[in-house]
Design a protein around this ligand. Structure first.
Ligand code: CA2
Length: 153
């Protein structure tokens, strides 16, 4: 039987604090809760996931470099680094994989400095403002992108 495709679900700085602070902005779920619903969704879609979080920009870059040839797609909440990091954008482009960017909050309703992300330039699609449901919608869209790519190959 063919090995099931896996999706790297990457979470940037401070997302380990989910559910602990600012529930009005980011909701009450912990990152562990988000991981659990993502794992269940991925299973239902016939995908595996590798769910990770780091507060260190270089670590996120290294994980992205390792994703090439290992994973079929990337779902990323780059958190604050999305607004600042050309290094993360470059690393996403190096993977040559489909990328979907997710933000829990609606970054366009917030401070102007959150309206732009460098990382979205590497993304097929961006989902924001739907809380943790955004991750599930991203996995659904990713399953379709992976299937379509296979059908074309
Ligand atoms: O809405 C999102 O998902 C963000 O990526 C979250 C980032 C923020 O910098 C982006 O503009 C939008 C912040 C993540 C910090 O998460 C926390 C969670 C709980 C308590 C404190 C921070």
């Amino acid at each position: 039987m063919a090995k099931q495709p896996t999706v790297l679900v990457l979470n940037g700085p401070n997302l380990n604090m989910l559910g602990v602070r600012q529930p009005d902005v980011y909701g009450r779920e912990s990152l562990g809760d988000v991981e659990a619903v993502c794992a269940a969704k991925a299973k239902a879609l016939g995908l595996g996931i590798d769910f990770r979080q780091s507060n260190i920009e270089g670590e996120l870059v290294t994980w992205l470099q390792q994703a090439r040839g290992r994973h079929a797609g990337i779902v990323i909440n780059p958190a604050g680094y999305g607004h600042t990091s050309i290094a993360l954008l470059d690393a996403l482009l190096v993977t040559e994989l489909p990328v979907i960017e997710v933000h829990l909050s609606n970054i366009h309703r917030r401070e102007p400095f959150r309206h732009h992300t460098y990382t979205s330039q590497a993304a097929t699609g961006v989902i924001c403002g739907l809380g943790s449901q955004g991750y599930l919608l991203a996995l659904e869209a990713m399953a379709n992108l992976i299937k379509t790519k296979k059908a074309r190959a």
